[in-house]
Design a protein around this ligand. Structure first.
Ligand SMILES: Cc1ncc(COP(=O)(O)O)c(C=O)c1O
Length: 408
């Protein structure tokens, strides 16, 4: 079954917005368009429920119920328990709080593993644990391909001293999809927990985190068609092993333990709209899973098939040019449609030239300074990043290739 892209695009007001007409959006890895159900819920919340939630009057009860609904339905979609999912201001902040908890949990001499493929959000906060005497081991990418080889992780875990491994589901510049289940199994076998940055992966289909086995899985809903929130899954075992970071009286509630900030009520509530959207896609395509996670998996597969079909011609086109360096795998299968290319000039100015051809793209380091430097790319020049998702149409890919032809 093929994804009905016209139906998909009809769910996003941006595609009927006159000010965006004639432009094709290729900076989705920075932040996606927002789907209609999320915008509707956000508007309704601000109109009808913008009061302190969980008090005994109708507007407040509705507000609290909708926030709970968002958490429960998203958790079910991700294959985890409702209290294992929490909302924070951003993934960077969620990781920062988590790293602070780990800082108090570990003792000097114990070790963690970080990668040089990660966005700084899942790297810097962990590396700072070295200040407390924690040994920080780096799992390094191949400097040519950007590939993160699980075999290279094994020796880092061999002495059994590692308590946590942080790695990305998919890097925001390399684009290769890491095998989270296999890497997690490796880490678990050596007694380490894992913290997976799913920010660059989740827009391509909400994962079944329960099936992947990750102890922590983070992503940002402003890239998954929702409002500007960071979403963190933390599984119960690790969640209660780490020290509470919230007010002492909230420490027994898992979804409050690592979110010391007061939540953005309206945005949390509006996150239920992302699940409405997945369900609308499922219904339209005749998908009826036995569980929300199973339905999510089938929608995920629909999205991925569509993306891969559009991605291969773009990769072939870029691989065929000798005036740029295509970062990451050249085959669509196994990679996300987040395509970075290094050029011999400043990438941001190339993005500005593309804008004259109706292409919305970005250039820079995308906070992936460590991966770019490991690949030998000048992070000051940066990379031109062309990223799309399942709502992108074949015509937009053609428009992009024509614009690149005219610009490069
Ligand atoms: C791969 C990756 N991880 C983490 C982040 C940080 O997410 P947030 O902006 O929610 O802090 C980003 C943001 O671009 C990202 O691309």
């Amino acid at each position: 079954m093929a994804l009905d892209v016209d139906f998909v695009r009809a769910q996003f007001p941006a595609f009927s917005e006159p000010s965006l007409d004639g432009q094709a959006f290729f900076e989705n890895a920075g932040g996606s368009y927002t789907c209609g159900p999320v915008i509707d819920r956000l508007t309704r919340f601000y109109h009808q429920r913008k009061v302190q939630p969980y008090a005994p009057y109708a507007a407040s009860e509705l507000a609290g119920a909708e926030m709970d609904e968002a958490r429960a339905r998203l958790a079910a979609l991700l294959g985890v328990e409702t209290d294992e999912l929490s909302f924070g201001p951003s993934t960077t902040q969620n990781t920062y709080v988590l790293a602070n908890a780990v800082r108090c949990w570990l003792t000097p001499g114990e070790a963690i593993v970080v990668t040089n493929q990660d966005h700084e959000a899942n790297s810097g906060p962990w590396r700072r644990l070295a200040d407390e005497g924690i040994e920080v081991r780096e799992w390094r990418i191949d400097p040519e391909t950007g590939h993160l080889d699980p075999e290279a992780l094994e020796p880092l875990l061999a002495d059994g001293n590692v308590r946590l491994v942080g790695f990305p589901h998919c890097s925001n510049v390399v684009g290769e999809i890491n095998d989270v289940a296999a890497i997690t199994a490796l880490a678990h076998a050596e007694g380490a927990f894992v913290c997976v940055d799913g920010v660059s992966y989740a827009p391509h289909g909400f994962p079944d985190v329960g099936a992947l086995g990750a102890d922590v899985y983070l992503f940002s809903s402003y890239k998954t068609y929702g409002p500007h929130q960071g979403i963190m899954v933390i599984r119960r075992q690790l969640g209660f092993e780490l020290p509470n970071q919230a007010h002492f009286f909230n420490g027994e509630t898992l979804y409050k333990r690592f979110t010391p900030a007061g939540p953005d009520h309206a945005q949390v509530a509006a996150c239920a709209g992302m699940v409405d959207y997945v369900e609308a896609l499922a219904a339209h395509h005749g998908i009826a899973g036995k569980s929300p996670a199973e339905t999510g998996d089938a929608v995920h597969a629909l999205m991925r098939d569509h993306e891969s079909a559009l991605l291969q011609p773009l990769l072939d086109y870029l691989a065929g040019r000798n005036d740029l360096r295509l970062i990451g795998p050249r085959q669509a299968e196994g990679r996300a449609p987040t395509v970075a290319v290094a050029l011999d000039r400043n990438a941001e100015s190339v993005a500005a030239e593309l804008a004259e051809h109706g292409i919305m793209a970005g250039g820079g380091d995308f906070y992936a300074v460590r991966p770019l430097e490991a690949l030998g790319v000048d992070s000051k020049k940066g990379v031109l990043r062309l990223s799309f998702v399942h709502y992108t149409s074949p015509a937009e890919i053609e428009m992009l290739i024509a614009a690149l032809d005219a610009t490069l």
